[in-house]
Design a protein around this ligand. Structure first.
Ligand code: ADP
Ligand code: ADP
Length: 227
């Protein structure tokens, strides 16, 4: 495990007059779940994508632990991403979806099967391993997406609005699944949402962003428990 550090990070998209993310200084502590919250367009996804190496950084540095990852390709960052649209492979079973990245990484079959089985157990997916994604509920699909992230034992989780395609009931259930899992695994997590309730209930700490600028960082109650 490791902390995440943004140091004076800035990103301006080509053709834009103002930075999408401006002079961002933020530390996510080792094992912490940090929720980055703010309205649509405030720079949350850009921040997450820079951390994952999917978006250029114009200025500043990003560290994982004491390792400067600013210029590393995504695959060398030891980060697992979970997106809102799950991005599961429709032709593969749940087990194959969860094991696929390990297979690509050259892990042998027995080790893969053990990791997939352990993740499925944690996520209550053991009975669904041979199903295709289309035969699952939205909440189950999102759990498969988490399983695919977990099996790699990454240092860092990035989650981008992982609940936004779920109905209200599944959102509540999946919210607690994610929080429980994150705490069990103790994996440092940056979790992006526009939903203040999610931020309130899930985050160890919450970072509030507006117009590309970090407004405040603190425990949920410090930020929201105000008149
Ligand atoms: P959020 O995730 O909070 O909705 P984003 O990080 O997606 O915000 O976007 C921040 C700002 O950058 C917005 O003004 C958005 O329009 C702009 N933006 C995002 N992606 C691109 C892009 N690929 N090219 C140009 N502008 C972009
Ligand atoms: P391969 O990909 O080597 O052809 P399989 O198709 O049997 O192997 O399995 C694909 C992936 O899913 C592998 O990572 C394997 O370990 C895992 N897997 C398949 N079935 C199960 C299962 N019932 N329980 C746990 N893991 C499984």
């Amino acid at each position: 495990m490791a902390s995440i550090t943004f140091q004076q990070v800035r990103r301006t998209y080509p053709g834009s007059t103002r930075p999408a993310v401006d002079d961002l200084d933020l530390v996510v502590e080792d094992g912490e779940l940090m929720v980055l919250v703010g309205p649509s367009g405030c720079g949350k996804s850009t921040t997450l994508r820079m951390l994952a190496g999917l978006e250029e950084v114009d200025a500043g540095r990003i560290l994982i632990g004491d390792r400067d990852v600013t210029n590393l390709p995504p695959k060398d960052r030891d980060i697992a991403m979970v997106f809102q649209n799950y991005a599961l492979y429709p032709h593969m079973t749940v087990a194959e979806n969860m094991g696929f990245a390990l297979k690509l990484a050259g892990m042998d079959k027995a080790e893969r099967a053990a990791r997939v089985a352990a993740a499925a157990e944690m996520l209550d997916l053991t009975d669904y391993l041979e199903r295709k994604p289309k035969a699952l509920s939205g909440g189950q699909r999102q759990r498969v997406a988490m399983g695919r992230a977990i099996v790699r034992s990454p240092q860092v989780f990035c989650m981008d609005e992982p609940l936004s395609n779920l109905d209200a009931k599944m959102r509540v259930r999946t919210r607690s699944d994610i929080a429980r899992l994150q705490a069990e695994l103790g994996v440092t997590t940056l979790y992006v949402t526009h939903d203040q309730v999610e931020a309130m209930t899930m985050g160890d700490r919450v970072a509030v962003m507006k117009d590309g600028v970090l407004q405040q960082v603190g425990p949920p109650l410090d930020l929201y428990d105000r008149p």
